[in-house]
Design a protein around this ligand. Structure first.
Ligand code: SF4
Length: 432
């Protein structure tokens, strides 16, 4: 039975003596989701996932049931299962915790997918910086195979043959984009593909492919063990379950937490159970949600905000990866955004010109505001450049660069105006 306000995904953490040991995992409900799944008709598995209303935890928040149903109906003799564990988002460290401290839960979710789609091969793409975690995960894979949960005739089902292989990332942020990740697995340059076609139709090696995030896969066994409705009841109408959140920045209690979707944001920021306010006692100023490309909210506007998909959307915010970076009133929004822009200028893969050049131009302009060397007209230039990069970039990275900048311009316009050097004549004529 799962209860509200109790850990669900983190339930086993710090309990198991050896996190890669299958028997130890089974003491805490391990593999019971898979054992339930194999008793069900495959359509029923999909029904439970629909009922759970789990939104993909990688950032896009697409309903997972719909994605799995699409792949189920896709034509192709071979289907691949891919776990995106390329956790490179600054301020996000939730997948690391699951991979490191409960790897078998991720494996169980991937095995359930393998069973449902009759896949023969799964891949987990783990970021290169998690080298030590890759070893832990490999040990868990080896133990799962020895115990009959991977390999041939899994759990005694004749012909259920399925393996999972670890692929190490090489440090490119853009490989967190699913199609770039598949290119990287294939040995190609890790750059995004043009879409459509959807990866569920034409994915890895041009075959139908499921790509989900670590947290999403770890949630699957819970849903099949407890039932879709019970999982949904942990969250809200628009998004079932719990969410792993990564609190960082100026809150007193930084770290990884699991919250029910629907928890008041104020509770997350100020209660001692979670953020605990600031260590210095200074007021909080703004919050950057969901990763570098997520929007920013001004704390003073968020008194009634609920941490749920719809609750954040109502405030022009988004859950994204689950990162919650909190800054106090000493931080200049412009200075903060210079760091964000520098990140994107560095990580743009360079495939398309609007993103390759636009991210650098945005960084240059923000730096001018930050050093009080901006001139009249630079604000308009910045706004136009944000529009160009959003509208003309080929993938989600470029298309979402402008999100935090736009929030900054909306909520803290005076800080930008303060960066304009006085007594400088406006530039005449057009630009770019
Ligand atoms: S938008 Fe940026 S990251 Fe995406 S393909 Fe174009 S250059 Fe690469």
């Amino acid at each position: 039975m799962i209860e509200r306000n109790k850990p669900v995904l983190l339930a086993r953490i710090n309990k198991m003596k050896q996190v890669t040991d299958v028997e130890e995992y089974q003491k805490y409900n391990g593999f019971s989701g898979l054992l339930e799944a194999i008793k069900m008709e495959k359509e029923r598995i999909l029904d439970e996932l629909d009922l759970a209303h789990l939104r993909g935890r990688g950032g896009a928040a697409f309903p997972l049931g719909k994605k799995w149903r699409h792949l189920y109906g896709a034509k192709g003799d071979t289907k691949y299962i891919v776990c995106n564990a390329d956790e490179g988002e600054p301020g996000t460290f939730k997948d690391k915790a699951l991979l490191e401290q409960d790897p078998l839960s991720v494996i169980e979710g991937m095995v359930i997918a393998g069973y449902l789609f009759s896949a023969k091969a799964g891949y987990i793409y783990i970021r290169g910086e998690y080298r030590r975690i890759q070893k832990i995960f490999q040990e868990a894979l080896d133990n799962a195979e020895k115990a009959g949960f991977l390999g041939e005739n899994i759990v005694g089902i004749q012909g259920f043959n399925y393996t999972i292989t670890i692929i190490s990332g090489a440090g490119a942020y853009v490989c967190g984009e699913n199609s770039a990740l598949l290119n990287s697995i294939e040995g190609k340059t890790g750059r995004p593909r043009v879409k459509p076609p959807h990866l569920a139709d034409v994915g890895l090696y041009l075959q139908p492919t499921l790509v989900n995030n670590v947290e999403s896969f770890a949630s699957i066994p819970v849903i099949l063990r407890e039932g879709g409705q019970a999982y949904r009841d942990l969250g809200t109408e628009d998004g079932g379950g719990t969410k792993l959140i990564c609190l960082s920045g100026h809150v007193k209690n930084r770290g990884l937490y699991e919250v029910n979707l629907g928890t008041p944001l104020q509770e997350i920021l100020y209660s001692e159970e979670y953020g605990g306010g600031t260590a210095t006692g200074r007021p909080l100023k703004f919050i950057h949600f969901g990763g570098q490309s997520g929007p920013i909210g001004a704390v003073e506007n968020l008194d009634d905000c609920i941490y749920s998909y719809e609750g954040l959307w109502d405030n022009d915010l988004s859950i994204g990866s689950g990162a919650i970076v909190v800054m106090d009133d000493q931080v200049s929004i412009v200075d903060y955004l210079v760091n964000v822009a520098a990140f994107f200028a560095h990580e743009s893969c360079g495939k398309c010109t609007p993103c390759r050049l636009g991210t650098t131009r945005i960084l240059e302009l923000l730096t001018k505001f930050n050093t009080q060397t901006a001139v009249s007209g630079d604000l308009e230039r910045l706004r136009k450049m944000l529009t160009h990069v959003t509208n003309l970039s080929a993938c989600g990275l470029g298309q979402s660069v402008a999100n935090p900048m736009r929030s900054g311009l909306t909520y803290f316009p005076k800080e930008f105006e303060a960066g304009i050097r006085e007594a400088v004549a406006p530039i005449k004529g057009g630009f770019w």
